[in-house]
Design a protein around this ligand. Structure first.
Ligand SMILES: C[S@@+](CC[C@H](N)C(=O)[O-])C[C@H]1O[C@@H](n2cnc3c(N)ncnc32)[C@H](O)[C@@H]1O
Length: 209
């Protein structure tokens, strides 16, 4: 069975297409490991399976006793002539299968908005790395944060201090969520941030504990 070191070696060998830096992917893996007892994790914006493998591997190891066209990023290998568009799904399935995660990862091929509208399951962790426009980032951060359990995490990719470093839409969405007061920023690794949902204070007869 694959372990996280084998996943990292495969990434270093360039076997999986994707955008996460190794330190960001390892941070995502660690939070999925830490939170998997709280419930399932959801990824918004899978590509060819790179981030998904780190998340899936954490959920796999969590249950193990042995060990815990023209666009900037266009990739011609992923062009589907029948669909006349980019199609990463066969590549994604191949990646998931390569790391024996078919029984852990449940792909949903649909726009994030459609899935969110029909979703009702509480989640331990949501990883947002989908559309990077203001509208898409606002939707994904604000809509999906509602499903996160107290103590759970919202992980967001591509948070940059200013425009010279990168687009500001994910950061603006994050700031809107933080202003609501239910989440706090716990960690930043590269451009990846981890927000945690505050747990409600426990009260006894003498007041807050
Ligand atoms: C930056 S890539 C994600 C990379 C991935 N996290 C990785 O490291 O392998 C963004 C992905 O989000 C998808 N996406 C963009 N807008 C979306 C939407 N509204 N709903 C669902 N997926 C979306 C894109 O098709 C693309 O596959």
């Amino acid at each position: 069975m694959t372990n996280i070191q084998e996943v990292i070696s495969a990434v270093r060998a360039g076997e999986i297409k994707g955008f996460l830096h190794e330190s960001e992917a390892v941070c995502l893996f660690r939070y999925c490991t830490k939170l998997n007892a709280l419930g399932s994790a959801l990824e918004i914006g899978s590509y060819c399976g790179k981030s998904t493998v780190f998340m899936g591997q954490a959920y796999r190891e969590g249950g193990s006793e042995e060990h815990q066209q023209g666009q900037q990023y266009h990739d011609p290998e992923l062009w589907d002539t029948q669909l006349s568009g980019v199609n990463t799904f066969s590549y994604f399935r191949q990646t998931i299968n390569q790391f024996n995660l078919d029984d852990i990862v449940m792909p949903i091929v649909a726009p994030s908005k459609v899935v969110a509208k029909n979703w009702c399951m509480p989640l331990a962790l949501v990883f947002v790395d989908g559309g990077h426009s203001e509208a898409a980032a606002d939707h994904d951060v604000l809509a999906w944060s509602r499903f996160i359990e107290p103590g759970g995490a919202l992980v967001i990719h591509d948070i940059y201090k200013n425009e010279t470093e990168g687009g500001q839409a994910p950061k603006n969405a994050m700031l809107k969520l933080l202003a609501q007061g239910c989440f706090y920023l716990e960690r930043k690794v590269g451009s990846l941030v981890v927000l945690r949902r505050k747990a409600p204070k426990r009260y006894n007869r003498m007041g807050a504990s």
